[in-house]
Design a protein around this ligand. Structure first.
Ligand code: SIN
Length: 511
């Protein structure tokens, strides 16, 4: 039991998470009072701020939202919900215009038109960026400033949700928040979950360490319906410098012509797919994974494509390489796939509503239906902006006083997974729930999760890991980012996996 617990009855919307989805939700909900819970100082330790690749948006003269939606559906391995992809891509231009209005300094040409670049599996150059690889940081800087200037919004820095609070009917009415070692039960009219993904559950990841599925686990423990948890995207090109987390090498380099080579300079992806380095992420990531298993090395060679332009064109990647003794103007960059993005998540409708009354979700912790089995590059920031704002508006539309008079069921803080146990779990997740999976490996992983649970109870991180592993075991096929070495075929019919820890919830879940 936690000790002294304060109570705050907050007459407004509680937003858990301060990445792009959280801040978009908060700004959209600011017709009401909003309290934002940020795990670090605002803008730090969230994947959005680390995003290099930009925002995919159909703004070119040769482009349309319909084409963008078609590429999104094609990349998603049969599991993208077409209506959701249409909505995302239709609302994309307005969402980007809003980011610009809030101060995001996207790269433009002399005439003020957005510069847009090509990334894998896009049929058009449609990725808007800020200084090559600074997009996420610049957007978060602009939104952070906008948030601080919004009187209706309060931010609690360096705080985290330790449990969702529910009344007797299961309605989410707030959260138990830990801040500077103190606990506060915050009840609110609506709660928006925007806690990010699960990359930190893997030993090799491009995500900040704190991003390890806590929000997903808390929502699952509260009984929310979770969809397609097994679909984890591995970015093909993280820097292989044996550091944790692994710095990203943006796909934009391949968009500009950088190639993947082995130690002898051979382009090993070319024979595997006609699109070569610009094949969808799952194809390229598996090719690199297998190449590394041969011992022949995998490198991204940007010497000819970028060369002397590197420091200005991709300053973040350039600095990270130089810090590890590689000059990418002169040397190929050693690369490895790393856990990057979670396509599955808490089921939501188009306004972010989850299967639990009072709980909304947006961004990487949510399942919005737009990514399917394999997210299209640079669709995640767009999704966070579009669906984050929709969730914020939806939450703000709940009547004032929605949680008034409702009593929270007693709820203690969820346990934490101690560091040594977490590291064991991460190593096993990379080994057995990574780019290639099998019943034997996944089974041993479930055994480990069971052992850890016996000792440490049910930390939300462990719940999230279990959902991914059980989903991967249940999906006896290979599709998109989920590859089963014992079931390499793709089933004719693409089916979603919907699960809940509360079996009564499946009947009335949000569709
Ligand atoms: C990248 O820049 O390659 C990452 C973009 C993304 O994950 O969409």
């Amino acid at each position: 039991m936690v000790g002294n617990v304060k109570h705050l009855q907050f007459d407004g919307v509680l937003v858990l998470g301060a990445g792009l989805a959280g801040l978009s939700a908060a700004l959209a909900a600011a017709t009401r009072q909003v309290l934002v819970i940020s795990t670090d100082v605002l803008g730090a330790q969230c994947s959005s701020a680390w995003a290099q690749g930009g925002v995919a948006v159909a703004l070119g003269v040769d482009d349309t939202p319909r084409l963008h939606a078609a590429d999104t559906v094609a990349a998603g391995g049969g599991l993208v919900v077409p209506g959701r992809a249409d909505l995302l891509t239709r609302e994309g231009p307005a969402a980007v215009a809003n980011l610009i209005r809030l101060g995001a300094p996207f790269d433009t040409d002399g005439a003020g038109h957005l510069l847009q670049s090509l990334e894998a599996a896009h049929s058009r150059a449609r990725v808007a960026r800020v200084r090559g690889d600074q997009t996420g940081a610049a957007i978060m800087h602009a939104l952070g400033a906008a948030l601080r200037a919004t009187p209706a919004v309060t931010v609690w820095d360096c705080a985290r949700a330790r449990r969702l609070l529910q009344d007797e009917q299961g309605r989410v009415i707030g959260a138990l928040i830990e801040r500077h070692g103190e606990y506060t039960t915050v009840t609110a009219d609506a709660v928006v979950l925007a806690t990010g993904g699960i990359g930190g559950l893997y030993a090799a990841t491009t995500n900040p360490a704190a991003v390890r599925g806590e929000g997903l686990g808390l929502a699952a423990q509260a009984g929310a319906v979770i969809v397609d948890a097994e679909f984890v995207q591995f970015h093909p090109t993280a820097m292989d410098f044996k550091v944790d987390p692994a710095p990203l090498v943006t796909e934009a380099l391949r968009g500009e012509g950088a190639t993947l080579i082995d130690a002898n300079g051979y382009r090993f992806v070319v024979p595997l797919d006609a699109r070569a380095e610009l094949a969808p992420r799952d194809v390229v990531a598996r090719a690199i994974h297998r190449q590394l298993l041969t011992g022949g090395g995998a490198f991204l060679d940007a010497r000819a494509a970028i060369g002397a332009r590197f420091p200005d064109a991709f300053p973040g990647v350039f600095q990270a390489c130089m810090a590890h003794g590689i000059d990418p103007r002169l040397q190929p960059i050693p690369v490895t796939p790393a856990a990057h993005y979670h396509m599955g998540g808490v089921e939501t409708d188009i306004d972010g509503r989850t299967s639990l009354n009072g709980l909304y979700a947006a961004g990487e912790c949510a399942y919005s239906g737009v990514h399917g089995a394999n997210r299209l590059a640079s669709n995640s920031l767009l999704e966070a902006a579009v669906f984050g704002a929709r969730a914020g508006r939806g939450a703000a539309a709940l009547p004032a006083g929605a949680a008034l008079g409702r009593r929270a069921m007693p709820a203690d803080a969820a346990p934490d997974l101690p560091e040594a146990a977490l590291q064991r779990l991460r190593a096993a997740m990379t080994r057995h729930a990574g780019l290639e999976r099998s019943a034997a490996g996944l089974g041993s992983l479930l055994t480990l999760i069971g052992e850890l649970s016996e000792v440490h109870g049910e930390p939300p991180t462990l719940t999230s890991a279990r959902l991914i592993v059980e989903g991967a075991l249940a999906r006896r096929e290979s599709r998109g980012a989920h590859y089963r070495s014992d079931f390499p075929q793709t089933s004719l019919v693409a089916l979603h996996g919907r699960v809940t820890l509360d079996p009564t919830a499946l009947t009335d879940a949000a569709a």
